[in-house]
Design a protein around this ligand. Structure first.
Ligand SMILES: [Zn+2]
Length: 802
């Protein structure tokens, strides 16, 4: 794009352009999170990675889900650590019920309060009478039943313990009380948070929550806001903290607001209108909720990142009037590397879009009038642009399916992100680059008369279209307008100086902010959403490329450039193939369960594994495929059905111990009372039905769920996580027109204990996350026929046969 429209870019310019783009990509990548260095080794007043890991090592030494033995040990350890800091610590022991999940448990939240030590904060002129407290939150239970919980959420607990210790040690002033809430039973329905918000007297004091979470074992940590109102006051304050690695943008904020969320913070926002910041990392998703969630696999840099937020925000929010953080307005925001967080009001997004589209139309008309642009050029530009984007989408789709064909056992990893996932993302991105460059080179060669500026018209139009959709439906993504800066500037320049085009180096300089903001996020979309959406990464790559390629194809062509890309592709393929397959460090998830039908005495083993393996084969080698055997005995949903099952000899289990009575309220309306005495091994007591019935209310030990009744079709409708062996009284009222079957299930995670003949898993296999595994389940049916007086009682009333 120099004097002569179609001349090639000089070698010097090409070298500068190459370095600028490469430098921006590296900067974008490196500035996402701190290094893994352990700072402040011997400084008592500073956060220390080592000290934080000492906590994580203790917390994550055993699975410690709510109800497990190690759970109590972890509880006691955290209490003792907080006491060592001089805090008054209490355990909130209470029954918690979640109206979202119809789940309940007796929880043990760890709660501590550090009273304010200063009444004269710089930014509060008059002393507030309704001063709010700052809450630091994470959860200490691990996921059921095999997770070690080092990242989820041992990392969060350790970050809070160590940051608070350093804060107190350095004798910092704080005008707000600081409340520590280490919740219990997060993994079984956000129950600890529910109990705190509903029942704890301090809940009304909380003005802001900083919550620390994990959905993997590595990667950068994102800041995600939760608020019922606008974000502008929160963003304003967050900016003041100058956190060293602010990784945040309002696209995530907007998407997050549209989705049903499930972190402890959601309960605070939803039920008590308390604002909060989530700090969460999501990479290495394959470790999430597994026995691989170990201290060793938690990235040091990730922990540093979590700590960097808290260390910067704690002194700030401990001295901020937390009543001032509510605002109606929303801000668009994004981090520009780790230099700064840029923000501007949501209300600007639509006007900016209107101005840009007007500018485009005017420049187009003037260009056509002056014949610097041609209609043919405009229309032809859509050929490479659309072909590039569509073929990139195809490449992403094919890469994923090719990898599934190469290694069908990929689908045994239920997280949707496999060990070779990063290689696969890199491969899809590289192939998009190679293919899109070839498409542009070919079109440019074919239609040599079209100028680079004309090639840019179609990509500009496409990006305007995207920004139009954003302005109307996804305002938080408004910052993607950055991608229009370079092409619209080039267009404007050609009007001002008709004989000259914008210098290619200037063009790339104008593109850099867009590249810096969008490029590092491209892999994150797939890491966040799963590899089956790999095409999102390749499509986004292509959308970024089409505003650069008209320049790129004018760059001097060297074979080595092409060869470098091809070599990188080859490296990705090799990386993919090497990391395909399971090993000691990349374990295959595998589930195996024992199920007893208490009514018939029929016993069976089943798995959710898509493929049998050496562990499941020992009992299921001759199994039936599918879920038929289990049907009606263990509830299932359409997307998670047992895959292999086999009848086995019943084993000796502690029985399902309950008494049931039913009262007929009206002809079709019934109250059932179940007094269940959990066995020492019992982990959860559940109710399920496959019948159409209206469950009007459920209560546990006299405490009722606050939500409205629900019509029930299939599956579980109530889950109680057992953390004490005392009997629980479950009462529910339902209406039904026909005979109904209600299943009462008692699940224990003691398979290895009760089946000592089972050979333990080899080192390359681990218990499956998200799916029931290592469990023994006793399931009994309570039948009732509304119109048949003879059967007008629940059966069986006694405890189950063994
Ligand atoms: Zn968690």
């Amino acid at each position: 794009m120099q004097n002569n429209n179609n001349s090639h870019i000089s070698h010097l310019s090409a070298a500068i352009i190459g370095l600028l783009i490469l430098g921006t990509l590296v900067l974008g990548w490196l500035s996402q999170k701190p290094s893994d260095k352990a700072y402040a080794l011997n400084d008592e007043n500073k956060f220390s990675q080592q000290r934080a890991f000492e906590h994580i090592n203790v917390i994550a030494s055993k699975p410690h889900y709510t109800g497990s033995v190690a759970h109590n040990e972890v509880h006691d350890y955290i209490v003792q650590q907080l006491q060592t800091m001089g805090l008054e610590v209490e355990t909130q022991n209470t029954l918690a019920l979640s109206p979202y999940y119809y789940a309940s448990a007796y929880v043990a939240n760890i709660v501590a309060r550090l009273p304010a030590n200063s009444n004269n904060p710089a930014n509060i002129l008059t002393i507030q009478t309704d001063k709010k407290a700052l809450a630091l939150m994470s959860h200490y239970d691990s996921a059921v039943s095999s997770s070690l919980g080092a990242s989820d959420a041992g990392s969060g607990v350790a970050t809070i313990l160590e940051a608070l210790r350093a804060f107190i040690a350095s004798k910092q002033q704080h005008s707000n009380d600081i409340v520590v809430i280490i919740t219990d039973a997060e993994e079984v329905g956000l129950l600890g948070a529910q109990a705190f918000v509903e029942q704890h007297p301090w809940a009304k004091d909380i003005g802001l929550v900083l919550n620390f979470e994990a959905r993997g074992s590595g990667g950068a940590s994102f800041m995600l806001l939760e608020t019922n109102s606008g974000n502008s006051a929160l963003i304003e304050k967050f900016k003041q903290a100058n956190v060293p690695y602010p990784l945040a943008n309002s696209l995530m904020y907007s998407i997050y607001k549209m989705l049903p969320n499930d972190t402890d913070l959601t309960i605070f926002r939803d039920q008590a209108n308390i604002n909060g910041f989530n700090f969460a990392f999501i990479d290495d998703h394959f470790d999430y909720h597994t026995a691989q969630d170990t201290p060793e696999r938690l990235d040091r840099s990730t922990l540093n990142h979590q700590a960097s937020y808290l260390v910067a925000l704690l002194p700030l929010f401990a001295n901020t009037d937390l009543n001032t953080l509510k605002s109606d307005a929303d801000q668009v925001y994004f981090n520009l590397a780790n230099w700064l967080l840029v923000d501007y009001p949501f209300s600007w997004v639509l006007p900016i879009f209107i101005i840009l589209i007007a500018q485009f139309i005017i420049l187009l008309i003037v260009g056509l009038w002056r014949r610097t642009l041609t209609l043919a050029g405009l229309l032809l530009g859509f050929i490479p642009a659309l072909t590039s984007v569509l073929s990139a989408g195809g490449i992403g789709y094919l890469c994923w399916h090719w990898s599934l064909w190469l290694f069908p056992e990929f689908i045994d990893t239920p997280q949707g992100f496999t060990y070779s996932g990063h290689w696969l993302i890199a491969l899809a991105i590289l192939l998009s680059i190679i293919l899109n460059a070839a498409i542009y080179r070919w079109t440019e060669y074919k239609f040599a008369k079209i100028s680079p500026l004309e090639w840019l018209l179609a990509p500009t139009f496409l990006w305007l279209l995207i920004n139009g959709v954003i302005a109307l439906h996804l305002t938080g993504a408004g910052f993607l307008v950055l991608l229009l800066v370079a092409p619209l500037s080039a267009l404007a320049y050609s009007i001002v100086k008709p004989q000259k085009n914008i210098h290619p180096v200037i063009y790339i300089l104008l593109s850099l902010p867009g590249i810096l903001v969008l490029a590092p996020q491209i892999p994150m979309f797939v890491i966040g959403l799963g590899l089956s959406l790999l095409y999102i990464a390749s499509i986004l790559t292509s959308l970024l490329l089409i505003v650069l390629l008209p320049i790129w194809v004018k760059m001097p062509y060297f074979k080595w450039q092409q060869r470098t890309l091809e070599l990188a592709t080859l490296v990705c393929i090799i990386g993919l193939v090497i990391n395909t397959g399971y090993s000691q460090d990349q374990k295959k998830p595998s589930s195996l369960n024992y199920l007893l039908d208490g009514n018939s005495g029929k016993a069976m083993m089943f798995t959710y594994n898509p493929h049998l393996d050496i562990y499941t084969e020992q009992v299921l080698a001759t199994a039936d495929q599918g879920s038929e055997l289990v049907e009606g005995i263990y509830p299932m949903n359409p997307w998670r059905k047992p895959t292999f099952s086999r009848i086995v000899q019943a084993i000796d289990l502690a029985p399902l111990n309950y008494q049931a009575t039913q009262t007929n309220m009206t002809e079709n309306r019934f109250v059932v009372s179940l007094l269940v005495t959990p066995q020492a091994e019992s982990a959860r007591i559940q109710l399920a039905t496959d019948n159409a019935m209206m469950i009007e209310s459920i209560s546990v030990d006299g405490q009722a769920f606050t939500s409205e009744g629900k019509a029930h079709q299939r599956g579980f409708f109530f889950t109680h996580t057992v953390s004490q062996t005392k009997p629980i009284l479950i009462e529910f009222t339902y209406t039904a027109e026909q005979e109904v079957e209600i299943r009462l299930l008692d699940t224990r995670f003691d398979l290895a204990k009760v089946m000592p003949t089972l050979v333990t898993r080899p080192a390359f296999i681990m218990p499956s996350p998200f799916r029931l595994t290592d469990a023994t389940v006793i399931s009994e049916t309570l039948r009732y026929a509304p119109h048949n007086a003879e059967h007008n009682e629940l059966a069986p009333l006694a405890s189950a046969p063994q």
